[in-house]
Design a protein around this ligand. Structure first.
Ligand SMILES: C[S@@+](CC[C@H](N)C(=O)[O-])C[C@H]1O[C@@H](n2cnc3c(N)ncnc32)[C@H](O)[C@@H]1O
Length: 265
């Protein structure tokens, strides 16, 4: 019998299935804003938006919602324009604006919430640059605005290693290629493997500094944010993350963790 031919490899579609959950992120954004501000936010800016899946999800969930995405790289933006934007109704599309530029210098209207997800701010390796970025976010927020970002850590991030997961009909690999204990710099790679094919190495790579939650909070305060909160993930019976995040000042020592940070202007 002839083998079924796989469709052409689409790195953004694989990335989306392996690491993104825009609907759950939007729910967290809306709920944490309501918890801290007493009402729901409508205007959102997604920094490091890449193919801006979250901007599209945000705009789709409420007729008053608007989104602005910023990314340096036109390639993922073009992917979003041809793959995600057409899935919105024409009226919804008008409420999404995408800018090809740097989050450090982009001129954008004030918003209720700025988000920076999937650890993208780790591109800034010095405290000076991180503070400069946080200051520009602070300036871009309305008076009662919130900045929401995510962070990761745990003992596994202090050494090179690779984690493999099965996602539907392919394998997803998250490789930490290196860890430098003096600078806290680390290289990360995403690989994919489809059935019957060779492993596709380094489909995405990230050259980051690993920031601790304490450093991120201190830098947020230095940039002008009045209060910062940490939302820690709950655990399943088997010890994995359960996808439910609660505000707390007490974390849990583990091999790997992901947390949301929320900063109040
Ligand atoms: C990890 S990816 C984006 C992830 C996406 N936010 C998500 O949640 O899946 C990082 C993105 O940041 C962009 N980027 C890096 N430096 C930037 C900068 N200074 N300003 C805007 N975008 C930047 C890259 O082009 C890349 O698309």
């Amino acid at each position: 019998m002839k083998k079924k031919k796989l469709p052409p490899f689409d790195r953004y579609a694989h990335y989306f299935r392996a690491v993104q959950s825009p609907e759950a992120d939007c729910q967290f954004i809306s709920d944490s804003y309501k918890e801290l501000r007493g009402h729901r936010p409508h205007d959102l800016r997604e920094d490091f938006c890449a193919a801006f899946a979250l901007c599209c999800a945000w705009t789709r969930r409420n007729r008053h919602n608007r989104s602005i995405g910023i990314d340096l790289d036109q390639e993922p933006i073009s992917y979003g324009q041809t793959h995600y934007l057409p899935k919105l109704r024409p009226e919804q599309r008008k409420r999404v604006r995408i800018l090809n530029g740097s989050v450090l210098t982009a001129k954008v209207p004030h918003v209720d919430v700025v988000i920076a997800f999937n650890f993208s701010f780790c591109i800034f390796k010095s405290r000076l640059l991180l503070r400069r970025y946080f200051k520009s976010v602070h300036k871009g927020l309305r008076q009662d605005g919130l900045f929401i970002l995510d962070a990761f850590g745990g003992s596994d991030t202090q050494e090179a290693n690779e984690e493999k997961s099965k996602i539907g009909n392919f394998f997803y690999y998250w490789e930490q290629g290196s860890f430098e204990p003096i600078t806290n710099e680390a290289m990360f790679h995403i690989h994919f493997k489809r059935k019957g094919e060779r492993k596709r190495e380094k489909v995405f790579s990230y050259d980051w500094r690993l920031w601790t939650i304490a450093e991120i909070r201190e830098t947020l305060h230095e940039a002008g944010f009045r209060r910062t909160h940490v939302y820690w993930e709950g655990t399943t019976r088997s010890g994995g993350g359960n996808g439910k995040f609660k505000r707390t000042e007490v974390g849990e020592e583990c091999y790997g963790w992901v947390a949301y940070l929320v900063a109040e202007k």
